[in-house]
Every structure is written in C-alpha cells, then in structure tokens.
Design a protein around this ligand. Structure first.
Ligand code: FES
Length: 257
C-alpha cells in the first residue's frame, strides 16, 4: 500500500460541474496504468473519515516534474472540499490500486465508450493508445452538453463521437448506438460509466454475433479500496462474488451479466 501526501499544482472547473485537480506525481505512483485508481482522503481531521476512489485521469510534465490529475463531478461534501483545493495545498492519496485496462498487443482499432464522468480514465487510455500508434475512437455520452468532456482537450488523432440525451451536442441518444455501429470495426473495446450503461452495452453484445473483447471499468461504492470492507462487492451472473477494488475495477463485460 503506497500512501502519499501530494501538492496541488492546478485546480479548475473544466465543464459543467466537473472539476480537474492536478498534483505532483509521487514516485510511488509512477508505475500506474490506465484504469487503476487512487483512494483520496478529503476534508480536515479525518472528517469525512472514508476516502473517495478516483481513476487516474491524465499525466503531464509540470514545472517541477511529472504531474497527475483526477477528474470528478462536484456532488457532495467530499468532492466540494476537493474542488476548493488551490495550488500549494496538500491532499493524501493511497494508490495505485486495482487492476486496470489490458489492451491486447498486436491489435489496432480501439473503441472507447464513456458515460458521464466515466470519461475520466478513458482520456489517459486514449492518449496512451495513440502514443502506441493505434487507431482510437472515443464515444462520449452525457445528459447534455454540460456533461460531456471537451473534445478539444483530446489528442487530435482521437476520433470523438458525442451523444447526449437531450440532443444539445452530437447525436441525440445513448452511447449504445455508436457502440453497436462501431463494434464490427473495432478489435477491442473499453468502457467506463454507470451500471445501466454496462447492461445496455452487454445487451448489444448479446444480440451481436461478434466475439469482440470488451473491458468494463466498474464504479462501486468503496470504503477501503483494498479488499477489506466488502462495500464494493458485485455478484456476476455466473455466480460468486467479486470485489471491484481488488478483483477489478476492470472486468470482462461478458463476465458481469
Ligand atoms: S472497497 Fe473495501 S473491499 Fe472493496
């Protein structure tokens, strides 16, 4: 378990209620891979007591070395506190935790699907895959334009398709539609978002005769982040119990439903 207190270098509201926090990257986090996460300890004097789980969102070279970012919606006391951090403040993290995405070697066409804040780990995955010379299409869905990650912040080589429930940006509808369209094109797919989105994507897979690999990064309530409390237990259709923090958060989508 790697615990680190890190210094904030930048804090900004990026779009809608979504905030990005950049911090100096501790040496202990340098081997993180896309899809892994950190437990973040928000607030003062252990209040709130429990951490919040956030995926690694992006990395960059900053003025004093490598930096990493987390992306989050401001939805409550903990994320509100985090959004008010300013450069020079400190935040405590534990990480890198969990099992991240595992892109296959030797395949080229990668389809990424993110619902709402589920875009957070996919941005780094997209950047990594583009650096490896692979073709990347990223489908971003949200209720409206204010919930969709800005395409201008992605590498130009990433093809972006936007869907919104209300039609205020991109295609009106759900991410399942471009997912179904592009499934024959891709060699491998990666998703992150709420459980109803995974169920809908799984429905597309079930109807399709295609046997494309799809990795899902599951969101779950996490109290400890390291396999102790069982707050993140999920129950795959095939039986048994899995812990999102320890066995995941990446699962083969077909193993979940
Ligand atoms: S968060 Fe405690 S066991 Fe997974």
């Amino acid at each position: 378990m790697n615990s680190a207190v890190v210094r904030v270098t930048e804090s900004a509201r990026l779009y809608g209620e979504t905030h990005v926090l950049w911090m100096e990257l501790p040496e202990k986090f340098q081997n993180a891979t896309p899809g892994q996460f950190v437990m973040t300890y928000v607030g003062e004097h252990d209040d709130p007591l429990l951490g919040r789980a956030f995926s690694f969102h992006r990395f960059r070279d900053g003025a004093a070395g490598r930096e990493f970012a987390v992306l989050f919606d401001v939805v409550g006391r903990g994320t509100g506190w985090l959004s008010r951090r300013t450069p020079g403040d400190s935040v405590r993290f534990i990480g890198p935790l969990g099992k991240g995405y595992q892109p296959r070697s030797g395949v080229q066409r990668m389809l990424l699907v993110g619902g709402g804040i589920g875009c957070a780990p996919l941005v780094w995955l997209a950047e990594t895959l583009v650096e490896q010379g692979r073709e990347v299409t990223l489908v971003l869905g949200g209720r409206g334009e204010q919930q969709v990650y800005p395409a201008r912040l992605l590498p130009p080589a990433v093809e972006v398709i936007v869907t919104t429930d209300d039609g205020s940006a991109g295609e009106r509808g759900l991410v399942t539609e471009p997912f179904e369209r592009l499934l024959p094109w891709c060699d491998q797919a990666f998703a992150c978002g709420p459980n109803p989105m995974f169920e809908a994507l799984h429905g597309v897979l079930r109807r399709s005769a295609l046997n494309k690999p799809v990795q899902a990064l599951v969101e779950a309530p996490m109290a400890c982040g390291m396999g102790i409390c069982y707050s993140c237990a999920v129950f795959p259709a095939r039986g048994g119990v899995k812990l999102v923090c320890r066995d995941g958060p990446m699962f083969d989508l077909r193993d979940l439903y």
